[in-house]
Ligand binder design. Structure first.
Ligand code: ADP
Length: 931
């Protein structure tokens, strides 16, 4: 309770009717009552005494006058009678006298007072029995005595006196009583006030103390006990109670302190234990990093050499050996990668990207990737993408890809016959999420094993390890990644029948689905005659979702329809009519379908695993009534040999001879001209002496290591005004502090050991494209756009201002210049990172850092005319600098969405047939796989 409130309570506590007043009232009543009753008694006595004395004196006077008048009465001498009673007139109080004879005849009378009937008449000797009431109500008293003369009764004498003097006597008496009463009252009140003080003061004190204690919670407070009466007892009791309370408080307090001490002790113990565990964990991570370095470096030699060996002119058997070495190396690497990945996630070093990605493409890329595996085991593998799937979601493509790959890999691993289908679509339970589900017809998992399946190093059946291999880490890693994405993974399985692993993740700033290509008119028919349960079902679904009446063909029976999809073997059963289309679905790489198209037996060829975009393209053309040209199979181009780098000058700095050997051999295979340096100092000298297009710099070298060498080269470049030489770190360090050191040292990228010819080739394309000529100048160009104020991005602002790019001669009829391509490549790499940085900063509420990242994004975007991103970034930068910055996650979602669209357009600038996206994704995937 606050002080104000409690004092209000105390104020309210002042008694409404105080004891003092009550006492005074009672005393007054008592005194008045007793005074009144005393007054009555007094009046009674005064009246009685008055009646007595009055009547006695009246009788005495009457006897005197009766004897004086006796002779006159006996002689019937009226004059003598008068004479005898004449003196009566002079006696005060007597108002009437009468003398009667024996026979009651009036002889003489004096005075003239009228006597009422009720007035008091007293006979001689009756005086004692007179009631004071009669006296009070009567205005006069009459007495009569016999007149005796010589022993003979001769008449009667009557005498009347008034009672007026009684009133004054009564008044006197009452006055006395009143004075007495007043004195008594005064004394009474005085006593009361004394009493009240000695009684109520301690009580008031007590109540004040109670309220003070309530306010201050100070149970050490006491009431002073002065009296040893009942109040004193009460106060003593109260003080005793306070003492008990205080004692209890103290024991509670000490108990609490004990508990606190205990909790502190335990917390410290726990903290110590945690520190020990964390240190152990850090040591484990470091150990893993070191181990990986130690294993990867020699493995680099093994794998590259085996690769080269397998590619060389060798007898068949030896080549097989070389291939086995290479394959074993790859699986060993996969296991090491799993363990590294897991420990990286465990140690909290996982960072997720959030960029726009196309879920359908992502899923179908995975099925393409695993097509060969599926074919080897004769399994039917396909992805089904539901029509409601958003075109873009925001997420981490590499990690999502990793999860799907793991699920599909498992499904293929644990399935001997049947099919594996990967379904993509909005989560039916939560529409803001996207769900990927992999269903197989494999061995299934026993119900009691299901709950542990996502724990690390868990395998449903130990015998599977022997049969199928694996570490039991894949699902644990997937689960951790999905948890980090705030998603959920679940599994349903029937032992011996198959399993479904599905996960759903928030789709973020999702973009709406592509419109489905519709059949030209309702009632058009489609027949599917392909083998493979999953592919058939998926095709039927796609066709009926497009508005066709779709049905499977009966085995071996002839069929006809508006659209027919058939295996090469079933094409013979199709009865093509005028206007009907026949699409032949063949295994990837099987020329049969193309031959059939060539021979005019089919209209178009499709290859397994079928991609939704391919069938859509054909359905659109069918709707438009166009001829279906054979779509060249682009996936063939994707697995081509690594890009060549004829004449590219590469400096390899590495202290290990075998590594240099491997690098020289590999680079020469790619057409590069190679120089080597054995340590950092030599590398610096070579760079001074000669011109290179790129440097591959091993980071751990004796004396001058790769970081130091790079720093010195960068300093020298700056001093001499030379352009920046691309330097790529070559390292096997993937976790720990070293993972990011290359960036700090001023290197342009990193190539993880062990590398393959493919990844080395891609690395060279990225950091030193063959077209790039050294004289092209720095990448960071001054902004070509003058900073006129712009409004926040509206849809009128172009995503990419191609006109501007043309003006700057960066874009021509032949497409983008190599320079633009390189800058775009950099942009693809850097822009999403800026957005990720903004998110990180916003999460930490570091608005300044958000502003900085927005500025960085703006300036890199200005160079290549991505105007809408520029506007949004500029707006965020401006708002970050405002006195009350109000930047929300929604702003960043918006930026993400626009960025996603922009990146798609940028990727389209890439040379046809080899879209920039796949290129960079593959690189990124390769890098991520390696670390
Ligand atoms: P790994 O496959 O490397 O052993 P995972 O974590 O990916 O590790 O899988 C753990 C275990 O779960 C597997 O060993 C297997 O017993 C079981 N499992 C995973 N996927 C399937 C599947 N599709 N069908 C049957 N069992 C599976």
């Amino acid at each position: 309770m606050s002080d104000a409130a409690s004092s209000r309570v105390v104020a309210n506590r002042a008694p409404k009717r105080s004891i003092a007043r009550k006492l005074a009232f009672l005393v007054t009543i008592a005194v008045m009552t007793s005074a009144m009753s005393m007054g009555c008694v007094l009046m009674w006595q005064v009246t009685r005494r008055y009646a007595e004395t009055k009547s006695q004196s009246l009788f005495a006077s009457a006897h005197v006058f009766a004897s004086a008048a006796a002779q006159g009465v006996a002689a019937r001498d009226q004059a003598a009678v008068y004479q005898a009673i004449k003196a009566i007139g002079r006696i005060p109080g007597l108002i009437y006298a009468r003398v009667e004879n024996n026979r009651g005849q009036l002889l003489a009378a004096m005075g003239g007072a009228t006597q009422l009937d009720g007035d008091l008449r007293i006979k001689d000797g009756e005086t004692l029995s007179i009631s004071p009431f009669t006296v009070l109500s009567s205005r006069s008293i009459e007495v009569d005595v016999p007149i005796v003369n010589g022993g003979v009764n001769v008449g009667r004498f009557f005498l009347v006196a008034d009672t007026n003097d009684l009133v004054s006597k009564l008044v006197d008496a009452l006055e006395g009583t009143a004075i007495g009463a007043v004195v008594a009252l005064a004394i009474g009140l005085l006593v009361t006030s004394r009493l009240q003080k000695s009684f109520t003061r301690p009580v008031l004190q007590l109540s004040e103390t109670i309220w003070r204690i309530r306010r201050n919670h100070d149970y050490g407070d006491r009431v002073e006990a002065k009296s040893n009466d009942e109040v004193g007892l009460l106060i003593d009791g109260f003080n005793a109670m306070l003492e008990e309370l205080e004692a209890r408080d103290k024991s509670l307090d000490s108990h609490r302190r004990n508990l606190e001490r205990e909790v502190n002790d335990r917390t410290r113990d726990l903290q110590d234990a945690k520190d020990v565990a964390e240190n152990a964990n850090a040591a484990k991570s470091d150990f893993l990093a070191t181990m990986s370095h130690e294993i990867r470096t020699p493995m680099n030699g093994v794998m590259v050499m085996a690769e080269l060996l397998a590619a060389s002119d060798l007898p068949e058997r030896q080549r097989r050996y070389a291939e086995v070495i290479s394959k074993s190396g790859q699986s060993l690497l996969a296991i090491i990668n799993d363990i590294l990945d897991f420990s990286k996630i465990e140690s909290g070093k996982l960072e997720l990207e959030r960029i726009a990605l196309n879920p359908a493409e992502l899923a179908e890329d995975v099925t393409s990737l695993f097509a060969a595996r599926a074919r080897e085991k004769d399994l039917d593998l396909i992805a089904y993408v539901s029509p409601a799937t958003p075109r873009f979601i925001s997420g981490d493509p590499i990690r999502i890809n990793q999860i799907i790959c793991n699920l599909v890999n498992n499904a293929l691993k644990f399935t001997e016959t049947g099919s594996v289908i990967l379904k993509v679509g909005p989560d039916p339970k939560r529409p803001t999420r996207i769900r990927f589900a992999v269903t197989d017809t494999g061995i299934g998992i026993r119900a009691h094993k299901l709950k542990d399946i996502f724990s690390a190093f868990t395998q449903a059946d130990q015998s599977t390890t022997r049969r199928f291999g694996g570490t039991g880490l894949g699902l644990a890693i997937s689960k951790k990644l999905i948890d980090a994405m705030e998603g959920e993974i679940e599994v349903k399985s029937v032992y011996g029948r198959g399993s479904t692993f599905s996960f759903s993740i928030p789709s973020g700033a999702a973009e709406h689905a592509d419109p489905w290509p519709r059949a030209r008119q309702p009632g058009m028919t489609a027949v599917v005659a392909v083998k493979g349960e999953a592919t058939r079902a998926t095709l039927l679904r796609y066709l009926s979702e497009a508005g066709y009446e779709a049905a499977p063909a009966n085995d071996g029976a002839a069929f006809t329809a508006d659209v027919m999809i058939a295996d090469p073997e079933s094409v013979k059963d199709a009865r093509r009519t005028e206007g009907g289309y026949l699409l032949c679905l063949a295994t990837f790489g099987d020329p049969a379908a193309h031959r059939l198209v060539h021979d005019g037996l089919a209209d178009a060829a499709l290859s397994r695993p079928l991609r939704r975009s391919e069938i859509f393209k054909l359905l659109r053309r069918i709707r438009a009534g166009k001829k279906l040209e054979d779509t060249p199979d682009r996936r063939a181009a994707r697995v081509e040999a690594p890009p060549r780098h004829e004449g590219l000058r590469v400096l390899v700095a590495d202290d290990t001879a075998i590594n240099r050997e491997v690098a020289i051999e590999t680079l020469q295979q790619l057409g590069a001209v190679v120089e080597t340096a054995e340590n950092g100092a030599e590398a610096i000298a070579s760079v001074e002496r000669q011109t290179f297009d790129v440097v591959l710099m091993d980071v751990s070298m004796p004396e001058v290591d790769g970081f130091e060498a790079t720093r010195r080269i960068r300093d020298a470049e700056k001093a001499a005004g030379r352009h920046r030489l691309p330097i790529v770190a070559v390292t096997a360090h993937v976790v720990g502090d070293a993972a990011d050191a290359w960036r700090k040292a001023g290197m342009d990228g990193v190539l993880y050991k062990p590398y393959t010819i493919q990844s080395l080739g891609e690395c060279l394309s990225k950091f030193a494209p063959a077209e790039a000529v050294a004289a092209e100048g720095p990448v960071e160009q001054p902004s070509p756009v003058v900073g006129a104020p712009r409004d926040v991005a509206s849809f009128a602002t172009p995503l990419v201002n191609e006109e501007k790019l043309r003006e700057l001669k960066l874009l021509s009829e032949d497409g983008p210049t190599p320079f633009l391509l390189r800058v775009l490549g950099l942009y693809l790499d850097h822009a999403p990172r800026s957005v990720a940085e903004m998110r990180r900063a916003l999460a930490q509420q570091d608005v300044k850092a958000v502003g900085r990242a927005a500025h960085a994004l703006k300036s890199m975007s200005l160079n290549i005319g991505v105007d809408r991103v520029v506007s949004i970034a500029e707006d965020i930068e401006r708002r970050a600098a405002a006195p009350t910055p109000g930047i929300t996650a929604e702003d960043l979602d918006n930026l993400d969405a626009v960025m996603g669209e922009t990146l798609i357009i940028i990727r389209r600038f890439g040379p046809p047939g080899e879209s920039g996206m796949q290129q960079s994704d593959q690189q990124a995937a390769a890098l991520a796989k390696a670390g």
